[in-house]
Design a protein around this ligand. Structure first.
Ligand SMILES: Cc1cc2nc3c(=O)[nH]c(=O)nc-3n(C[C@H](O)[C@H](O)[C@H](O)COP(=O)(O)OP(=O)(O)OC[C@H]3O[C@@H](n4cnc5c(N)ncnc54)[C@H](O)[C@@H]3O)c2cc1C
Length: 395
């Protein structure tokens, strides 16, 4: 790459950066260039559980996830490409102390149009007959939920962006954002400079490395999460529904044929790191055993699953577990879309559109993008659930 110019530069080639690039190119915002330091989906996106649901605990997030879910159901027509979305349904199991919150949240979701119902534990066993529901008081069932292939999704956004005229540059770290007279003037990459007056940083938990020195420090903490892969035993081969067990913090979804992906977000499952590069790539042996044990408690047949290893990844957590989507108040032309706190995959189609509209028009035409502003933390106005569930990292 020799030195060049662009109308908008996006830093980061995960689901968020590629969706933003595609939406900017769709709206027609001139020359759009995305720069990724590794290959596409090499950050959190490629390691994502990639589950898609609508059940959220705040009306803004419910409306956004409804729009996004509808895109995933019709991805090939709306965006193009095969992201292998599987409409499996999703069952959440709750202990007694969450029952009042579940009632309130399911009612709010249903009022907004989400296809979700509350089930008794015995009704839940009609959805997943292999379940042991001891200790479970109530369940939430979303038949329209499912999961997609996160790598294919990232490439689908990038392919569509390219078709619309955007340029996607990989294996090229952005080393510095150049500011002059209080505004962005260029992006310095390992392979030359791109002159531009608009930059969107969608670099996950590495966002502060670029924006911290020139604008402001975002409250984003790299938080380790561990996952394990298994082969399901024959008794669980027919099970496709995603199971989220709020009593143990563990969740399980089918993976690649007879595989199963098991993760956990309970208290003590996540650990914070100052530097995301220090997070090990593998899962700890004890954590894999714990995931296996928790899955087997809920699905006794899982005790015969074959473990295929585990991996670590990281969430870019913010204090309220929701992203920061904003324009810098210190540097003109600098935008952020980061801090997705472990739930950005499903929202990616709508986030891309919201950020593109923010960049081009200063606001989003329907969803309240200001609810994701950076100053909400200093203003004492975080984006929190009215009826939170206990012991979860994000809602
Ligand atoms: C294990 C796991 C399970 C998850 N499960 C789900 C789920 O089921 N459903 C859901 O909705 N969400 C889930 N998430 C969250 C979701 O995957 C993330 O919120 C989402 O992928 C974030 O995308 P991103 O593009 O913001 O970040 P990333 O994918 O991390 O992309 C940021 C990119 O920026 C690049 N970059 C960083 N610095 C620079 C630089 N200086 N120059 C150039 N490039 C740079 C990185 O290489 C990286 O590719 C999960 C996450 C994990 C880790």
């Amino acid at each position: 790459m020799t030195n060049q110019t662009a109308d908008v530069v996006i830093v980061g080639g995960g689901v968020i950066g590629t969706s933003i690039a595609m939406h900017l190119a769709m709206i027609g915002s001139g020359r759009v260039v995305l720069v990724e330091q590794g290959h596409l989906a090499s950050g959190a996106s490629g390691l994502s559980g990639a589950m898609v649901r609508e059940h959220y605990l705040h009306p803004t997030l419910v409306r956004m996830s409804m729009e996004a879910r509808s895109v995933f159901h019709n991805f090939a027509e709306v965006i193009g490409g095969d992201v292998r979305f599987r409409n499996t349904g999703r069952l959440q199991l709750f202990p007694e102390h969450d029952e009042p919150a579940v009632s309130a949240n399911v009612a709010m979701n249903r009022d907004l149009g989400v296809n979700i119902e509350m089930l008794t534990p015995s009704e839940a066993t009609r959805v997943v007959p292999q379940l042991d529901v001891s200790g479970i008081a109530v369940c939430g069932y979303e038949p329209d939920a499912g999961y997609a292939d996160p790598v294919a999704t990232t490439y689908a956004y990038a392919d569509r962006a390219r078709t619309l005229g955007a340029e996607i540059i990989t294996q090229t770290p952005v080393n510095e954002l150049i500011v002059s007279g209080g505004r962005i003037t260029a992006v310095e990459t390992a392979d030359g400079r791109i002159e531009t007056d608009t930059v969107v940083v969608a670099a996950g938990s590495r966002t502060n490395r670029l924006v911290g020195p020139i604008a402001e420090q975002l409250p984003i903490t790299a938080t380790r999460v561990q996952m394990a892969h298994f082969f399901r035993p024959p008794a669980l081969e027919s099970m496709s529904t995603i199971v989220i067990d709020r009593s143990t913090g563990a969740y399980l979804r089918e993976d690649a044929g007879r595989g199963a992906l098991v993760g956990a977000e309970g208290p003590g499952d996540l650990s914070e790191f100052e530097n995301p590069d220090d997070i090990p790539r593998n899962a700890d042996h004890e954590m894999i055993e714990s995931l296996w044990r928790r899955a087997s408690m809920r699905l006794p047949d899982f005790a015969a699953a074959i473990c295929r290893g585990g991996y670590s990844a990281h969430y870019d957590m913010t204090p309220d577990g929701n992203p920061i989507i904003d324009q810098s108040t210190n540097v003109a032309g600098l935008f952020y879309a980061a801090g997705f706190s472990g739930h950005g995959f499903k929202l990616s189609p709508v986030i891309g559109r919201m950020v593109a509209e923010l960049v081009l028009h200063g606001e989003c035409s329907d969803h309240p993008v200001e609810r994701f502003r950076l100053s909400r933390f200093a203003d004492g106005d975080p984006l929190l659930a009215e009826h939170p569930y206990q012991g979860t990292s994000h809602q």
